[in-house]
Design a protein around this ligand. Structure first.
Ligand code: HSE
Length: 293
């Protein structure tokens, strides 16, 4: 019947907790087929229908418009975005579910509707917005409304994702983030996140290291990722421009210049010297967002 392709996303980007996010050239693809009766899922492993985020999001969207689905098979066709690694795999499922519902209703939802419903399901906008519109974005979520704006990302940048073999649950990783901060720490992050948006927009790559510094979530989540300091130091030694935890982890992100062509090979070599298994991928910014194929 039809297919949907949704990009991976990296949220927070260091200083922009629950605010900044960026789509990456790594994708999940879902295919929808007509069947006689009921709803079937294929390719989702052990995940049952009632806990399948694609199905839950499709059902919720249809219900919002007073509709119901029947006679559908939802197939996880190509799954490149690893689960519970801080690369927005939940957002890919939520956005796909909403877009399936929208297609079944003859595309009555605007991008803003998809973003609003998706954010309500996910609870924060920073993965959903870039998954829908592509690129890097700043988002505000308040009173069930999402206000967002795109940020320019210099074409010379590449994003090295360092994906470990262990997962971090976003639910658990949100529990370690404090409720209150000092005025000093608030000013620290405000200055960094504003600088991050300005440096990306102005192509001031030399500011990225300082602009991604953070006192809101990373210091508390670092304990969930063994060897994070060693890995960030190695990455800096290999010429990365900045490093941060992707979303709530466990993936670590290094921003590199496209001319740093040996980064992948050298980082892979370094990662064999520490515990665990790590997979390095060099990605670009996805500039389109979710699409029907
Ligand atoms: N902003 C969210 C967090 C992203 O850091 O908890 C996780 O998907």
């Amino acid at each position: 019947m039809f297919k949907i392709k949704v990009p991976a996303t990296t949220a927070n980007m260091g200083s922009g907790y629950d605010t900044l996010g960026m789509a990456l050239t790594l994708y999940n693809e879902f295919e929808i087929e007509k069947i006689n009766k009921g709803i079937e899922t294929v390719g989702f492993g052990e995940i049952g229908l009632e806990e399948n985020l694609v199905y839950i999001s499709m059902k919720k969207t249809l219900e919002l418009y007073g509709k119901k689905a029947d006679g559908l098979r939802i197939i996880a066709k190509k799954i490149e975005v690893p689960m519970s690694r801080g690369l927005g795999s939940s957002a890919t499922c939520i956005v796909a579910g909403i877009m399936i519902a929208d297609k079944l209703m003859d595309n009555i939802c605007s991008k803003d509707d998809i973003i609003r419903i998706g954010t309500e399901i996910e609870g924060h906008p920073d993965n959903i917005v870039p998954a829908v519109i592509g690129g890097m974005s700043v988002s505000i979520y308040e009173n069930n409304k999402v206000i967002y704006s795109k940020v320019n990302v210099p074409k010379s940048l590449r994003f090295a994702v360092l994906i470990p073999n262990f997962t971090v649950s976003t639910h658990e990783a949100r529990k370690v983030v404090p409720e209150n901060y000092s005025k000093k720490d608030c000013i620290f992050n405000l200055s960094r996140v504003a600088m991050l948006v300005a440096s990306m927009n102005n192509g001031e790559i030399h500011h990225l290291r300082m602009a991604t510094e953070d006192k809101i979530h990373q210091p508390f989540r670092a304990n969930l990722i063994p060897n994070i300091d060693k890995i960030f130091r190695a990455s800096k030694d290999l010429g990365s421009k900045a490093e941060f935890i992707s979303g709530s982890g466990s993936t670590l992100m290094a921003i590199i210049d496209k001319e740093n062509i040996h980064f992948e090979e050298k980082m892979n070599k370094f990662l064999t010297t520490i515990e665990g298994t790590w997979n390095v991928k060099i990605l670009e910014v996805d500039r389109c967002g979710a699409l029907y194929l």
